[in-house]
Design a protein around this ligand. Structure first.
Ligand SMILES: Nc1ncnc2c1ncn2[C@@H]1O[C@H](COP(=O)(O)OP(=O)(O)OP(=O)(O)O)[C@@H](O)[C@H]1O
Ligand SMILES: [Mg+2]
Length: 396
């Protein structure tokens, strides 16, 4: 059966008020340590996590396995209690270690999709979605339950499968049941913990677009958890990148990808060339980095002391290739040669060498190059970002 394209409107979701831009969720200095058991050491899962989410934002917690994403989400949901810190939703403190506030999970007004969908196999699609209304502590007439469940199922295009037993669904449909169940109580915030991880690659792509379209069309504030940087870049308004219980960087997808503040961010968000060197600092002048390649002019958000160890982050798409004849005398232009070329269809991956430094570049497949040829490389200073060298080894 072909599935209808769903087109929910804001009016279907009256919980959202017209105050986009206001802080919907504010997390301040969360600490959480899980005690060790059976002789094992305790785990510091959250080590001072703070961020603010604007109403209506699609906000993503990104980071490698074990960095504390689920723990953060569960603290927001009220399923875990932090050891210290504050969680505010709008003007309400739902957790405050100092004042002792703890609003229980079922009174926080949240919808959650868990890392495993937690769909109940012995129930129909309808009963799965009705569960939070029937057992969630709200008294509701059967007719209202039916109307709310069907509204949530229509939002995820599953109205026509309401009576089907849950096991008789595809992976994508089960994922939508979990979404409908999270939305049925008209939550003020939607929490999604890796909701796409059980789907195959093609379905993931489709569901990415659908989830973003769904939450944007109803305007619901959404906290999304993933370890997949492509997913984060393609779906988010804001990304928080976490590592070992701390936030490494926060920003929009462009900032995080193009303007990393650390080797860890650069490495986690995609491929990059990391060129080591020493900072040459002169008041009023842009930062220069003395590298094996030559002197690189770079942009940075970090203050470096003269002589500090610096890494220049250069994305493979950031470099221009010119004929050798164009010369290497201008800023950030270097004599180089093409070591190898790999035609991949949508791009050509090239390995080039300049001053003993090997770099990987992504070139336009319509341009022709030859292996072994001599060229001039140009790295526009705005495409060259200097970050501290100190976390380099830990990034691998
Ligand atoms: N109930 C628990 N008891 C003890 N340690 C825990 C518990 N839950 C999580 N941890 C530990 O806390 C740290 C953070 O875990 P968390 O589940 O928040 O990571 P995550 O970023 O969601 O990882 P993943 O991407 O693998 O889901 C990890 O080191 C984990 O082993
Ligand atoms: Mg997790």
């Amino acid at each position: 059966m072909s599935e209808r394209r769903f087109t929910p409107r804001k009016a279907d979701f009256p919980v959202v008020r017209s105050s986009v831009g206001r802080s919907m969720l504010a997390i301040d200095s969360l600490l959480k340590t899980y005690p060790g058991r059976g002789g094992r050491a305790a785990t510091k899962a959250l080590d001072g996590v703070s961020f603010t989410v604007k109403e209506g934002d699609f906000f993503t917690l990104l980071g490698p396995s074990g960095c504390g994403k689920t723990t953060t989400l569960q603290c927001i949901a009220g399923l875990e209690a932090p050891d210290d810190g504050t969680i505010r939703m709008g003007s309400e403190v739902v957790f405050g270690s100092r004042g002792g506030a703890f609003v229980p999970a079922n009174r926080r007004g949240l919808g959650m999709v868990f890392q495993s969908y937690a769909i109940w196999p012995h129930m129909s699609v309808f009963d799965n979605v009705a569960f939070p209304l029937v057992f969630g502590g709200v008294r509701m007439a059967a007719a209202s339950v039916k109307a709310e469940v069907m509204r949530a199922l229509e939002m995820v295009q599953l109205g026509h499968l309401a009576d089907r037993p849950a096991p008789m669904l595809s992976g994508g449909q089960q994922q939508r049941v979990a979404l409908a169940r999270a939305l049925v109580r008209r939550p003020r915030i939607l929490l999604l913990d890796e909701p796409l991880s059980n789907l195959d690659a093609k379905l993931r792509d489709t569901m990415r677009a659908e989830i973003r379209a769904l939450v944007k069309s109803v305007g619901i504030t959404t906290i999304f958890v993933t370890h997949d940087q492509t997913e984060a870049i393609g779906m988010s308004d804001q990304i928080v990148l976490m590592r070992a219980g701390r936030i490494v960087q926060q920003g929009g997808p462009r900032d995080i990808y193009l303007r990393p503040n650390s080797v860890f961010t650069a490495d986690f968000m995609g491929r990059s060339n990391l060129i080591a060197g020493k900072a040459v600092v002169e008041p009023g002048a842009p930062l220069r980095i003395d590298t094996k390649l030559g002197v690189l002019v770079a942009e940075t958000d970090t203050e470096f002391a003269p002589g500090a160890s610096v890494v220049a982050v250069v994305r493979p798409q950031a470099v221009r290739i010119m004929p050798k004849a164009s010369g290497s005398n201008s800023i950030n232009s270097f004599a180089a040669w093409i070591v190898s070329l790999n035609f991949l269809g949508d791009l050509v991956e090239a390995e080039v060498e300049a001053g003993g430094v090997r770099m990987v570049l992504m070139l336009n497949p319509y341009d022709t190059y030859e292996e072994g040829s001599e060229i001039t490389l140009h790295i526009p200073p705005e495409n060259c970002v200097a970050v501290p060298a100190d976390d380099r080894e830990a990034a691998s």
